[in-house]
Write a protein that binds this ligand. Sequence first.
Ligand code: MG
Length: 503
Amino acid sequence: MKVKNKSIRGLLAKYQEISKIGSIEALLSWDLNVNLPPKAAHFRGEQISYLSAKIVDIFLDGEFKKLLDEANLAANLLPEEAAIVRNLNKASEFYHKVPKEIILELSRTTSEAYVSWDSAKKNDKFGEFLPSLKKITELEKIIAGHIGFKKNPMDALLDMHEPGLTAEFCRDNIVSLQPKITELVKKIQKSKGYVPKSDLVNSEKTYPMEAQKQLANFIAGKMGYDLAAGRIDVSSHPFTIDIGRQDVRITNMYKDADFRDSFTSTMHETGHALYEQNINEDYTGTPLAGGVSFGMHEALSRFWENLIGRNPAFLKFMAPIFSAFYGEQLRGTSQEALVRVFNLVAPSFVRIEADEVTYTLHIILRFELEDEIMNGKLKVADLPEAWRAKMKKYLGIVPPTDREGVLQDMHWSGGSFGYFPAYALGNLYGAQIYYKMKETINVEKSLEQGHLADILYWLNEKVHKYGSLYWPDELIKKSTGKSLDSSYFVKYLEEKYGLLYKI
Ligand code: MG
């Protein structure tokens, strides 16, 4: 990568250190989640905070700030130089704009809040979490004020998680999908022969862990995951961690009674890993390394998990392979039943258990509640009731407890207001990418033959390689020829589930 500007060269030298500390921190986090002896938890927490503080120190360092100010004034920057400056502004914005006392208070409040949320969820008592949650929402409002926004404090919070995202955009492109999705769910539920579950995964059947592991390795390899630059381990929640371009690891979790989860979550995590493994090598150790945003990362992981992994054409290819591994458990299962078990649709209380169709409704509900709280239209104390009302309206079911309702996710205890829409955004980007890809690749035919290489090649050339060079809105335009258009996602759901459920 060519860098002419002297201040940017200085910034890159300093960033090398941030990048190295970040990768050591990532390795410690991987170890924390995969190997840590229980007694080491506190010590590991101290090690990780020590490294995080070092990174903050570099961002706040006078010399770094001076170089960044100079770079911001420089004219005629090359596209990569301009992207480096933009990304460093973004990465340091929180520390440069929000006073240190507020950051420290948020950190104290969220540590306490995690404990009270955890206990409130266990005891199904929202009241235990209420004081912390009130304090967090007040701090989030203060932070939004320091970061700055034009119309809505949510804009500042959304932008911290997904560059450029605004509340208005969420309403126009995500919330607006709700009536159509709710309608589709109702149609599916009323379809002939509709069943919300399958005996293949709701019975006494056991799917041996060894076979599940072999299948996970098979599918990750088939997708093109470079196991010489990564590894697959077991953890309580599957995740991907980017330690460096040559060390991108994934984890998995195996359930005895359900063979689907380890398969689809391997595809999900491998989707994240393929993004990181295929970024332009020149960007290593610079602010252009790494996937550009959480939303784009989820787009690619969900693309593999849902649009490929749950695609009927691909499941037809997989059917004999599943039978070879689970001969006894799947005996007599038709191809149609196998496709169906991967594509069951039923409203559920809990977001992380939601299917591909209902998932976005869970996100819309959270976004609307956050937006109302941040704009003073809803009191924190009234959240449980507002939650139930929206569940009823959007999904047609009401959670019997707050544990399965407002208390289910830990995000708010960590101060992550404005985070959820990126999950939905991932679905939207993914569908748009899918239709663009279909213009040049016969995706269904490739999937029937189990041929995934041309799909990965397309993603490498159109998305992966750019790393953080383009922001999400520019990247989707570059790769598909147009700005985000949420109608692709609805079209995808209607086409796929229309065929599956004959509606
Ligand atoms: Mg993910």
